[in-house]
Design a protein around this ligand. Structure first.
Ligand SMILES: Cc1cc2nc3c(=O)[nH]c(=O)nc-3n(C[C@H](O)[C@H](O)[C@H](O)COP(=O)(O)OP(=O)(O)OC[C@H]3O[C@@H](n4cnc5c(N)ncnc54)[C@H](O)[C@@H]3O)c2cc1C
Length: 386
């Protein structure tokens, strides 16, 4: 089909839409960048997202009047499923996934005009400044402070675990604006330019030797009052709305499926794919991923109906991340002694990153709400335990 920026995607049959996205990715996305073992930096993947921007595909979740594809929930899921299936790398996409939707819902027309087109054009890349050294699971204890000063706020504090802050031109920050209010009630949501001289970014080297997470220090950062989104002290409600989006996407079977794919390739490269013990193990893992996929599909149906996700959606994240870790462990066992080496290793004629799934699986039980917190939600809101 001949698609243009004006194509009404929602008018297509779901299968036709899926086929169009699939064929495009298969024909155009570079095969060497499929399923990268880490989040790619802008200098590695920016060319692809500029292309998506030119095509009008950069913001599938935004309404058309703001430059998005305006996909309905079913088409949006198909769009993401096809990207996951083909192993397309994400970039510093917090602008598309978080800032844009927040501004569309809570921003003033002036804020929308100022910020949205630059996100669509990939001129502004955003990172998420929520977590602090003593405020992760208990985010509402955050201590970064914003004090009014004329028509500005002055922000001081520190953020941590900020994904791809080194690529970002902007950061959205939760900061305390009322120290006397109940802790959730005194927080505001700010849009901050990373070029401000008071901002310092320090990358954190992780166990895999990568530096996709950073610390961000804010020292007397002057932010125009017009960069406050929503009402002063109402930032907690905005932050919560954003996190509800994460709850379903962190629970998708994409990572367990990716790890299963690596396991199959390792087994083939080592010639153990027909070994009865391996066949039994692989079948067991595969069946548990199928169970997970069926469970995920049940929640997807709820999203498609436009209904609110129930609290038992928390189980998806637990199942997904623990299954990802279990399969990543088996990749290491199947690879044998080369699993001691990080990066690409030779297994027969095949080059594989056998530690990649392990390093990606390790932090997955932490981000997007730790698995202990998800279990608390299940205990309190589903099982009604005392
Ligand atoms: C890969 C990765 C990317 C991230 N990206 C970002 C980002 O871009 N921006 C951002 O703001 N943050 C980001 N984070 C931070 C993430 O949101 C926090 O790490 C997470 O909220 C946990 O907070 P914490 O690290 O302070 O751990 P803590 O909250 O201190 O928890 C430590 C341990 O105690 C447990 N625990 C805490 N409270 C309870 C409780 N009430 N009941 C039972 N157990 C509990 C936790 O489960 C955990 O095991 C990222 C984290 C990771 C790993």
């Amino acid at each position: 089909m001949n698609a243009t920026k004006d194509t009404d995607w929602n008018a297509l049959a779901d299968d036709e839409f899926r086929q169009h996205i699939r064929s495009f990715l298969e024909a155009n996305y570079p095969s060497e960048l499929r399923y990268p073992a880490r989040r790619l930096f802008w200098n590695e993947i920016g060319f692809w997202y500029r292309k998506m921007s030119e095509l009008g595909w950069i913001a599938p979740n935004w309404p058309r009047e703001h430059g998005g594809m305006g996909l309905d929930p079913t088409k949006l899921l198909i769009f993401y499923e096809e990207h996951e299936r083909w192993g397309v790398s994400r970039f510093a996409d917090m602008g598309i996934l978080m800032v844009g939707p927040v501004l569309i819902k809570h921003g003033t027309p002036a804020q929308q005009q100022q910020w949205l087109p630059k996100i669509i054009a990939c001129e502004n890349l955003w990172c998420q400044g929520y977590s602090e050294p003593n405020a992760g699971s208990d985010l509402a204890s955050l201590r970064t402070e914003a004090v009014p000063d004329g028509d500005h706020y002055v922000i001081n504090g520190q953020k941590i675990w900020t994904t791809l802050a080194q690529d970002a031109t902007h950061i959205f920050v939760l900061a305390r604006t009322d120290k006397d209010a109940k802790k959730q009630a005194g927080i505001s949501f700010f849009l901050v330019d990373m070029a401000d001289p008071g901002i310092r970014v320090r990358p954190i080297r992780d166990v895999a030797g990568h530096s996709e997470l950073c610390e961000v220090f804010l020292e007397n950062v002057r932010v125009p009052a017009s960069n406050l989104v929503g009402a002063p002290n109402d930032g907690w409600n905005i932050a919560k709305a954003l996190l509800s989006f994460e709850r379903i996407f962190v629970g998708s079977p994409k990572y367990p499926n990716y790890a299963l794919g690596v396991l199959a390739r390792v087994a083939e490269a080592r010639g153990i794919q027909d070994d009865p013990a391996f066949v039994e193990l692989f079948a067991r893992l595969r069946m548990s991923v199928e169970d997970h996929t069926a469970c995920y599909a049940r929640f997807i149906e709820i999203v498609k109906r436009g209904e609110q996700l129930p609290p038992d959606v928390s189980m998806l994240k637990i199942i997904s991340t623990e299954s990802f870790q279990a399969i990543a462990d088996q990749v290491i066992r199947a690879a044998g002694e080369v699993a001691q080496l990080s990066g690409m290793v030779s297994l027969g004629a095949t080059e594989l990153d056998v530690l990649g799934p392990f390093f990606r699986a390790l932090p997955s039980t932490i981000y997007g709400g730790t698995n202990e917190i998800q279990r608390n939600v299940l205990a309190r809101d589903v099982l009604r335990l005392p």
